[in-house]
Design a protein around this ligand. Sequence first.
Ligand code: HEC
Length: 120
Amino acid sequence: MATSAVAAPRVAAKLPAWLAAAMLAMPLAANAGDAENGEKLVGDKGCVACHLADGNSTAPTFPILAGQYEDYLVQALKQYRSGARQNAIMGASAINLTDQEIDDLAAWFSSQESVLQYAK
Ligand code: HEC
């Protein structure tokens, strides 16, 4: 028993190589978006009509995007674009977005302060 109590923390501290690699890759992907250009795209692409300029939509039918995780927003938009996530409005809104535009929009909305409450 004494040996396993000593060994356990060492095992926990050593991540498998694949997990360490995945964790290293994530911040790089999350930094790809240009929030300043994203702010411009919100108007140019018409997102503002439903989600508002900062993503704090006031209509319950339109999700609040402000403060959402950037990678969640990227994934949602890519799924609307590919049809993996089906919604007539968002499918039409996302179909012509480039990967870069999706990254920029996600960077903008995720950097905005949300009106939603967070657990502390
Ligand atoms: C005409 C209104 C409308 C416009 C314009 C619009 N959206 Fe949406 N958006 C919606 C609705 C409604 C949903 C919820 C769809 C669903 O249930 O999947 C949604 C969902 C989303 C989601 C997923 C949110 C979540 O929590 O999963 C993202 C991200 C998003 N919109 C981004 C955008 C972006 C970026 C644009 C501009 C390119 C845009 N939307 C334009 C109405 C709109």
